[in-house]
Design a protein around this ligand. Structure first.
Ligand code: 6R9
Length: 643
């Protein structure tokens, strides 16, 4: 790498004095955690209202299954709703809902309390009792959040299944958790169309032994099939129920939710999260990482409740902190590419949390779109889901953040439950593309195959060497798989293996490089796919890229890149490809030069926005495609193959 390029990459953005002056986080936070980690979490847990105090912060005697806040009891929904009403903030807007067709609805904390109570009363009438499981298959509408909170209120364990998943996927999740109730909608709005959802729900439930009732919110008014005795309309049950409900406290370790996530094998894993520790860390991180000021900020996390980000940073984190937040039902380009920016302008969004894939899409659309809007309300930006390439980071800050807002690049997983590694706004001088350091209270290491911890300049595997409050408590119904997946790799040390590669730079900043299976080995050199992707995206012609390591007889693996060009760029074919290969050589090193670059119109992505590198590897290695069922659009391969 040239030294100029290196300087550019290493440029850190210190917090402004103005931001630091009012930041929630101060240096005392890290100092307290360093002094006594468990005492630190004891303090953080006091952010919540507990019915019974705990007698022990952590019981790790049954490792790797943790118990946090042993003996404590609380009601999660009470903490997210009632206590804000009791504190006199009932008139504060909790959810500013923006429907895709342009309808909007605002729910205050008073409204939320009434709605959650009505749903809780209905669920009780249906015979559900604490410990039962409820499946939720809904788009991003307030009733989805109300349902989650009503479950939490009753100690019912929810399992949210992304509404983009198929009937088959829903069925396997219903069966695995033996859910008794399914809550769904007639249909959902997608790009101006009412798309049926109950049809898929019916297909999934048909013959499912555990399901007793299907509760249906009428969102679009489209026709649905009806099974008398099983199906119930939300507006005929919940809306008619009493808005009074007294919450009961549950043990800190009571299971709050199951969320399925894909692993290395075909069968999805039901990740189990419990109550007290999970809510403590969701609340703590939301408060400090987003510098959230209740009653002042308008917060918007663009995730879907079908993913963990929606659980922790739309439902539990923000609502436990009394946030006012935007919830948007639709896609970012419906009716056109201005939609997100119009919403930011309309509601005066001050904290915006999204994924790199969307940021790169915005880049592709062009800056004139955000530039046409007043985004001056934004004071903090967040990123999650995959490594953010420095180019996208810089664009995000310059164009969406007016060249001045802090960016928090937050690393975490479904399994970790809440943010683990992230800059702290107001404190951390941030490097574009680096998640920087573990949060106060969190301990992580980068280690090699032999479990040797690495220091500055080291490149290896990310492990979590100390338990944390929001950690998963297991895989639903499969304790053995839990141990094997996460704890067998560094069994002797008792470390959690995250499955991500990471490095420390010379200054000790932590860079998450992507899943370990995304790290290539070319002639004995370890090169991250995301590093090469960043280099490609930093070329002025490139909008987005996906890089895979394909088997190579001489070098072990060869680098194969798929590239989308920016609109308006002329595709000069071989000449441009040569230029891109040379560009990577300059940006990283000649060893990182892709063996092959293919210019494509689209990349294969999962519904959560992750590039399916496994499938690109299949193409690069000339194999039949593996399972494409989680792709948004399996047809993208026709275009890629034609190249
Ligand atoms: C929250 C979420 C987890 C995997 C994780 C890692 C990748 C997430 C990241 C990141 C680099 C970040 N990931 N955030 N990589 N920087 N800021 O996304 O959960 O869907 O379970 O995915 O996503 O590879 O291991 P989940």
């Amino acid at each position: 790498m040239t030294s100029a390029a290196q300087d550019h990459d290493q440029q850190a953005f210190p917090p402004s004095a103005e931001f630091a002056a009012t930041a929630n986080a101060g240096p005392e936070l890290q100092a307290a955690a360093d002094a006594d980690r468990l005492a630190f979490w004891d303090t953080q847990a006091q952010r919540l209202d507990w019915a019974t105090p705990w007698t022990q912060v952590l019981d790790w005697s049954d490792a790797p299954v943790a118990k946090w806040f042993v003996g404590g009891s609380l009601n999660v929904a009470y903490n997210c709703v009632d206590r804000h009403v009791e504190a006199g903030n009932g008139d504060r807007v909790a959810i500013a809902f923006e429907g895709e067709p342009g309808d909007s609805r605002s729910l205050t904390y008073n409204d939320l309390l009434a709605e959650v109570s009505k749903a809780a009363n209905t669920f009780t009438d249906l015979g559900l009792v604490a410990g039962d499981r409820v499946a939720i298959y809904m788009p991003m509408i307030p009733e989805a959040i109300i349902t989650m909170l009503a479950c939490a209120r009753l100690g019912l364990t929810h399992s949210v299944v992304f509404a983009g998943f198929s009937a088959t996927a829903l069925r396997s999740r219903i069966d695995d958790a033996e859910a008794k109730l399914l809550v769904t909608v007639d249909g959902q709005w997608r790009r101006g169309q009412a798309a049926p959802l109950k049809t898929a729900a019916d297909e999934a439930v048909n013959g499912a032994a555990s399901i007793q009732n299907v509760l249906v919110v009428q969102r679009t008014g489209i026709d649905v099939e009806w099974t008398d005795g099983r199906d119930l309309w939300w507006h005929e049950t919940v809306e008619k129920a009493s808005p009074e409900h007294t919450p009961e406290a549950f043990d800190a370790e009571h299971p709050l939710f199951i969320l399925y996530t894909s692993g290395t094998t075909g069968k999805p894993k039901g990740i189990v999260h419990t109550s007290g520790g999970y809510l403590t860390q969701a609340s703590y991180t939301h408060h400090y990482v987003f510098d959230h000021k209740p009653g002042k900020d308008v917060y918007w996390c663009t995730a879907d409740i079908g993913w963990v980000t929606g659980h922790s940073y739309i439902v539990y984190g923000p609502l436990s902190n009394g946030a006012t937040q935007v919830v948007y039902e639709g896609t970012p380009n419906s009716p056109n590419e201005h939609r997100h920016f119009e919403i930011i302008e309309k509601y005066g969004v001050s904290i915006y949390y999204t994924a790199p894939t969307l940021i790169r899409t915005f880049m592709k659309w062009g800056r004139e779109i955000p530039d046409a809007h007043d985004l001056s309300s934004i004071r903090l930006l967040g990123s999650v889901g995959e490594p953010i390439n420095p180019e996208a980071w810089r664009w995000y800050r310059a164009v969406i953040g007016a060249g001045k807002t802090p960016i928090v690049d937050t690393w975490w997983q479904t399994e970790t439950g809440a943010i683990m590694i992230s800059p702290l706004p107001g404190i951390t001088a941030t490097k574009p593309g680096s998640a920087m350091a573990p949060l106060p209270g969190i301990s992580a290491k980068i280690v090699d195959d032999e479990a040797t911890p690495l220091g500055a300049g080291g490149n290896g595997y990310l492990v979590l060497d100390q338990p944390w409050p929001a950690m998963l408590r297991g895989i639903w119904g499969d304790p053995l798989r839990y141990r094997e997946t996460y704890w067998s790799r560094y069994e002797e040390q008792g470390w959690y293996f995250a499955g991500d590669g990471a490095k420390y730079d010379e200054d000790g900043a932590l860079w998450v490089l992507g899943r370990v299976d995304d790290v290539m080995n070319v002639s004995g050199h370890r090169i991250s796919t995301s590093e090469v992707e960043s280099a490609l995206v930093s070329h002025p012609a490139v909008a987005e890229s996906a890089v895979v390591g394909a088997a190579d007889d001489t070098t072990g693996q060869g680098i194969v890149a798929y590239v989308i060009l920016l609109e308006h760029v002329e595709n000069t074919g071989d000449q441009l490809i040569k230029e891109l290969r040379d560009h990577v050589a300059v940006e990283i090193s000649p060893i990182a030069k892709p063996r092959q670059i293919t210019i494509v119109p689209e990349l294969p992505k999962t519904r959560s926005g992750k590039i399916m590198r496994r499938l690109l590897r299949d193409v690069a290695e000339g194999r039949e495609l593996g399972d494409t069922s989680t792709l948004v659009d399996p047809a993208v391969f026709d275009a890629i193959r034609k190249k």
